[in-house]
Design a protein around this ligand. Structure first.
Ligand code: HEC
Ligand code: HEC
Length: 391
């Protein structure tokens, strides 16, 4: 790694975040109970997650960020971030979503490497635009360890129980294993495993091709220009000669071993708020906890994961019109609410500034729950918000 001005700034920034970290009880630390060897893996993973890449190392030609940490750093490394990325497509004559070309890509990169004209060009016929904010990674290894069957047992795509909520699992072919799995990561449930997401993010966010995503994807850059913009042989993510591990393996270790954000102190009002949250139907989608499957690793073995999500796809009227992975144009995967107090703005596109605003935007499948929230007395509504502030 070359320490450029940006790199130096990031190190200063990371140090400041580490200082902030000590005030955010253990946020950003590793799961309790891991072995010293795993802690070392976590630490090396964190190093790679922070590493700022340059064009000679494969960055670009078009990219959204120079390191994973550039977008995952609020309130500490591994969290959410302040960059919203852009996706685009168009609607055809019958109003259905279509991608802009045969590649099926919808991501438009924000930056490009210098030297040639490598900036993606947004086609003039794009009519659907969508922003996406980063999703925090705290507790991601526990989410990964929830069995597919547990998630599928919560599905009710035809609303058999008549509660107006019809979530469905986003089935994907996991790029890393080739298996049919339940997608659970990403706003569109587009990945089932952290290794696959790492490969996707390394290529799509940073332009670094790897074993799982071996071809450059940069919308709007023609093939001949691509050769000038990116003369480096793919895949660009090579195993470290000493550790034999690829960047995508290191990112995966860091995220898998990253602990969830602990809940803050729960008082009587918050306890009442939690009961109201369940009574008005928020828990139909924000399921308080799921349990990991049996594992030979004690840290992942049948653990209660208090994430407040069913990990299913729903239409609640906030959809962004982009069909992606297993998700229809207006479906969004229920976001986990753990760590909510450290996360602003809210909703997939960052369009809600406060928790209350995010709740008031719930419609369609969540209309009943939203009405329940609106009909609460001021004291009850305050209790729900007080409960959400403990997450
Ligand atoms: C330019 C900003 C940016 C960069 C750089 C970035 N991410 Fe992200 N990350 C995002 C956004 C935005 C999302 C939500 C994407 C979506 O679902 O559309 C996300 C989502 C994720 C998720 C899904 C988490 C969940 O629980 O659903 C994982 C895992 C992830 N990123 C890992 C990484 C890794 C590893 C890197 C570095 C290789 C990285 N990200 C680099 C912006 C970024
Ligand atoms: C039908 C399923 C469903 C129900 C019921 C539901 N939600 Fe949600 N909730 C979602 C989905 C899906 C999103 C993400 C929407 C988006 O990003 O566009 C969301 C987002 C949120 C967010 C923002 C989280 C973030 O990270 O951006 C909060 C807060 C929230 N819901 C609270 C509630 C509360 C409180 C209730 C009960 C009044 C409730 N939800 C009921 C599905 C549901």
């Amino acid at each position: 790694m070359k320490i450029s001005a940006i790199g130096l700034a990031l190190i200063v920034f990371a140090t400041a975040l580490t200082l902030a970290q000590s005030q955010v009880s253990q946020a950003g630390g590793a799961l309790a109970g891991i072995s010293p060897a795993e802690f070392e893996e976590f630490r090396l993973g964190l190093d790679d997650f922070l590493e700022v890449e340059a064009a000679e190392e494969g960055l670009g030609p078009a990219f959204n960020g120079t390191s994973c940490a550039v977008c995952h750093n609020v309130p500490v490394i591994g969290g959410t971030g302040t960059i919203a990325e852009l996706r685009a497509g168009r609607r055809n004559a019958s109003g259905e979503f279509e991608t802009l070309d045969g590649t099926g890509e919808t991501l438009f990169h924000l930056f490009s490497v210098p030297g040639h004209s490598c900036q993606p060009i947004l086609p003039a016929d794009a009519t659907v635009f969508a922003r996406r904010v980063p999703i925090p990674l705290f507790g991601a290894g526990l989410v990964e360890a929830i069995p597919d069957e547990t998630i599928r047992a919560l599905e009710d795509p035809t609303d058999r129980n008549g509660d107006g909520v019809s979530g469905r699992a986003g089935m994907v072919v996991d790029v890393a294993s080739g298996e049919h799995r339940v997608g659970r990561f990403g706003w569109k449930a587009q990945h089932a495993t952290l290794l696959s997401f790492s490969g996707d993010a390394y290529r799509n966010e940073m332009g670094i091709t790897n074993d799982l995503f071996p071809l450059e994807a940069a919308f709007g850059i023609p093939a001949d220009r691509m050769r000038l913009c990116d003369p480096f042989p793919d895949p660009e993510d090579k195993p470290d000669p000493r550790t034999k591990r690829r960047g995508i393996d290191n990112f995966t270790s860091f995220m898998r071993l990253l602990a969830p954000i602990p809940r803050s102190g729960v008082d009587e009002t918050a306890r009442q708020g939690e009961a109201i949250f369940a009574a008005i139907g928020c828990t139909a989608c924000h399921v308080p906890s799921l349990t990991t499957g049996p594992s030979s690793h004690p840290v992942f073995d049948r653990k209660i994961v208090a994430l407040f999500s069913d990990l299913l796809l729903h239409e609640i009227g906030t959809g962004d019109g982009i069909r992606q992975g297993p998700a229809e144009a207006n479906e969004i995967r229920t976001p986990a609410l753990w760590g909510l107090r450290h996360r602003r703005p809210l909703l997939h596109d960052g369009s809600a500034g406060t928790v209350e605003e995010a709740i008031r935007r719930h419609g369609q499948e969540a209309a009943l729950a939203r009405r329940g929230f609106e009909r609460l007395s001021d004291a009850e509504r305050e209790a729900v918000l007080s409960f959400l502030r403990t997450l």
